[in-house]
Write a protein that binds this ligand. Structure first.
Ligand SMILES: Cc1cc2nc3c(=O)[nH]c(=O)nc-3n(C[C@H](O)[C@H](O)[C@H](O)COP(=O)(O)OP(=O)(O)OC[C@H]3O[C@@H](n4cnc5c(N)ncnc54)[C@H](O)[C@@H]3O)c2cc1C
Length: 404
């Protein structure tokens, strides 16, 4: 009997990274079983579909890689081997063609993940991939066999290769709870702490401000921190700020809050008007108008923007100083919002633990992929692209291992 053909691979975690690893391995004619602690696979991927499913981005390759910051060189080979074009072709082959949106982001034409996931699971079933829901990975036992708890208790599973793709720790109720960290640490695998990424930030708003404005968007603003400036939108919540512009700056803000206990975010409430022009408008006589009416009429500030100016103390009456406050409204951030509501997580399996094939050096034959690795990236499709690409790379790594 050809032993290599009967070899069995276990994939733990049925999100985009694990499903992709399973596909690569099964396409080579190998036996694969996917174990997932949730009742059904890829729940976070389905949630991502509610926001339109931004699959990847049309950035040129060198720009694209820069989005992964310090982890870029670790991810380069995986993304070069499975770049955005390959992901688009793969989607089209599953009956979900994609398009490039005005922002350069790439979406399926259906803007949904459910038809893509359905077609993908059908394909995996055709390839013979076995799906084992409600099976929780707890760590490694003797001979590096995975410890798995199924609906009827402890499972006795062995494998010739294992791919771990357990995700990060955001939205734990969808299955990715980061509990795998303990299981890996027990066998000496180094991990960096899982932290919120692309997340909200907390602000100690005054009671009247949060009562009136929680849930209200701050539209057409720019936010700056530490030399980085982002145009976009944010939403005021009872506990702070959420939304695209906030997420884009959340990594450096999180690091500053970790280091100093707080961070000062600057908001430009009128990013399309230069400070001199704004000052001239504010020099107009106010007459009998209230301060708020004057600001609304002279510079078109929305009530939430005017209230935000007041949150930092009484606004100055001098036109130049007021223009300065409008262009650089300071918001003191006191904490990062909990990871349970973050889009993604930073941290995970340290790169020093992985070889070039995404295999854990300490556990030969065990591979890791997706958000459980130590990288982070902004929203824009970079998250899913890296999950698919590292899933494919870990799958190729497992095949090499089986063929050794
Ligand atoms: C609201 C929201 C919107 C998003 N939108 C986008 C977007 O538009 N574009 C984008 O690029 N990214 C988006 N993301 C991020 C993206 O969904 C994730 O980065 C991606 O799903 C991670 O893939 P993964 O396979 O590594 O892990 P996951 O998708 O988290 O899958 C991990 C799987 O492992 C299972 N698992 C975990 N621990 C265990 C265990 N101990 N035992 C057994 N099974 C386990 C889980 O049940 C889960 O099924 C979004 C995320 C959220 C929360």
């Amino acid at each position: 009997m050809d032993h290599s053909r009967s070899a069995r691979t276990i994939v733990i975690g049925g999100g985009p990274a694990g499903l992709m690893a399973a596909e690569v391995i099964a396409r080579a004619g190998r036996r694969v079983a996917i174990f997932d602690q949730a009742a059904s696979p890829a729940r976070k991927f389905l949630l991502a579909g509610r926001g339109g499913l931004n699959l990847t981005h049309s950035d040129p390759p060198d720009h694209f890689l820069k989005r992964y910051g310090a982890a870029a060189h670790h991810l380069a080979s995986a993304i070069e081997a499975f770049p955005p074009e390959a992901l688009r072709d793969w989607c089209a082959a599953l009956g979900e063609p994609t398009f490039v949106g005005t922002s350069g982001r790439i979406f399926p034409k259906s803007f949904k993940s459910s038809p893509l996931l359905r077609a993908w699971l059908r394909r995996l079933a055709t390839l013979g991939v076995e799906l084992r829901p409600r099976c929780r990975f707890l760590g490694f036992g003797e001979a590096s066999n995975p410890i798995l708890d199924g609906p009827q208790g402890r499972l006795d599973e062995s494998a010739d290769a294992i791919v771990l793709a357990c995700g990060g720790a955001s939205w734990p109720r969808l299955g990715s709870d980061g509990a795998w960290v303990e299981g890996l640490q027990r066998v000496g695998v180094e991990t960096t702490p899982l932290q919120p990424a692309n997340c909200g930030l907390e602000v100690g708003w005054s009671a009247p401000f949060k009562e009136r404005f929680a849930g209200t968007p701050l539209k057409s603003i720019a936010m700056s921190f530490d030399g980085a400036r982002v145009r976009g939108e944010a939403v005021v919540t009872a506990t702070g700020l959420e939304g695209g512009a906030v997420y884009a700056l959340s990594a450096p803000l999180r690091e500053a809050i970790n280091a100093h206990g707080e961070a000062l975010l600057e908001i430009d409430l009128k990013p399309d008007i230069a400070i001199d022009a704004l000052t001239r408008r504010l020099e107009q006589p106010r007459g009998a108008q209230s301060f708020a009416t004057f600001l609304r009429k002279a510079v078109g500030l929305a009530p939430i923007a005017i209230a935000l100016l007041r949150e930092a103390g009484p606004p100055p009456s001098d036109a130049a100083a007021l223009a300065q406050r409008i262009k650089h409204a300071g918001v003191r951030l006191t904490a990062v919002a909990p990871i349970a509501r973050a889009i993604s997580s930073a941290g995970g399996v340290a790169w020093s633990e992985l070889d070039d094939n995404f295999m854990l050096r300490r556990l030969p034959g065990v591979f890791a992929a997706g958000e459980m690795l130590d990288w982070e990236a902004p929203t824009g499709g970079y998250l899913l692209q890296a999950c698919f690409a590292t899933g494919a790379a870990a799958g190729r790594g497992a095949l090499k291992w089986l063929e050794r």
